[in-house]
Design a protein. Structure first.
Length: 368
């Protein structure tokens, strides 16, 4: 409305000059009408055919790593009389006065994992007197999946020392390769399977034989997978940052243990662990799903069957210590990984702001 108001004011001056025979009023009156018309015409011509071309980088990027963003702005029949380009990821406006086009190249860094929707860029063209303006909005809706970063696994209090060629040797290989004691394995039964010839009679499940006449034998814990298992618990995190630390710790352990011979990871909402091979096969899918982890319920006890290898329970919750599900779980070793400090516990390693503590198993016969 400003150009119209200015033009009407100029017209009023011309009418007053004609009414009172004051020729001096014609000059400012015609000047105001000309300025208003020129402002509207210049901005309209510059905005006609103008375009914003934003070229985003890859669909995924790791936390704190540079993400390339390229923006090219083109005006129409005339250069921009004034205005600026506003790119939400840039943080400050880019002036456009007197330019036919403008190219901007920036590297953006995302500090937190998750799916990010990039807001569209906006180009505002206005005349130097700020009477008239036009705004163009670029295409939006581009999504970027920010993956949790992988950090080295280090010895407790060791800083960067002893990291080794693959980023850390803080996990004791003896702990990771520990198997269940033979006496404990004989007490823990994972299920039944068809009878195999030559199996000891003590392992035959006689109640099934009596009921159905079918020969089944007990499957013992010692026969379970000896690969380390990482369990990510998203419940009860002290803060968003604590949950992010737990996710980074789980990702770092997955890569570290995967490169060391393979592992498995149980993600929130899943009933079966995902295997990650020594060549990190399956890691790309796990990495993408870790980026989308949100606070939720703890893994149900029914999904935590006995394991022959070590089990690492990773959580952003602190204060309460290791959960009962981990303490009761038969496994080669039980490790509680949390950003919180656990008193009177043996620290095994540090990773992504979390510490891994060795947890003693609570026997079923004496557990509360």
């Amino acid at each position: 409305m400003r150009p119209l108001a200015v033009a009407l004011f100029g017209l009023a001056l011309c009418l007053m000059g004609a009414t009172f025979d004051a020729a001096s009023l014609y000059v400012p009156g015609l000047g105001l009408m000309a300025v208003a018309g020129a402002a509207v015409a210049w901005v309209a011509i510059a905005a006609s055919g103008a375009a914003i071309d934003r070229r985003v980088g890859p669909h995924t990027v790791t936390e704190e790593e540079p993400y390339p963003l390229r923006i090219e702005v083109r005006c129409g029949g005339l250069p921009a009389p004034g205005g600026e380009l506003v790119e939400p990821l840039l943080g400050w406006p880019v002036p456009m006065a007197g330019r036919w086009s403008r190219r901007v190249r920036i590297n953006v860094r995302f500090s937190r994992r998750g799916r990010k929707v990039l807001e569209p860029a906006r180009l505002t063209l206005r005349d130097p007197l700020r009477m008239f303006s036009r705004e163009l909005v670029g295409s939006g809706g581009d999504e970027v999946l920010v993956l949790p970063r992988v950090e080295p696994v280090m010895t407790p209090g060791g800083g960067g020392a002893g990291a080794g060629a693959r980023g850390g040797a803080g996990i004791d290989p003896g702990v990771m390769g520990r198997r269940l004691d033979a006496s404990l394995a004989e007490l823990e039964i994972d299920g039944l399977r068809p009878y195999r010839e030559g199996t000891s009679a003590s392992r035959i499940h006689w109640p099934t034989v009596a009921r159905r006449g079918e020969m089944l034998e007990r499957r013992l814990v010692a026969e379970l997978d000896s690969a380390p298992l990482i369990v990510l618990d998203p419940s009860g995190a002290d803060s968003e940052e604590a949950l992010d630390m737990a996710v980074r710790a789980a990702a770092s352990l997955c890569v570290h243990l995967g490169q060391s011979g393979g592992c498995a990871i149980l993600l929130p909402g899943e009933r079966r662990p995902i295997e990650v091979g020594h060549d990190l096969s399956g890691w790309a899918s796990v990495h993408g799903r870790l980026a989308l982890v949100e606070e939720g319920p703890a893994p149900p006890a029914s999904t935590l069957g006995p394991r022959g290898g070590a089990v690492m329970w990773v959580t952003g919750a602190g204060g309460a210590g290791a959960p009962r599900a981990l303490e009761r779980m038969p496994a080669g070793a039980r490790v509680f990984v949390s950003p919180a400090v656990v008193p009177n516990a043996r620290a095994l390693f540090e990773v992504a702001g979390c510490t891994g503590y060795l947890v003693e198993r609570v026997r079923r016969g004496i557990a509360a």
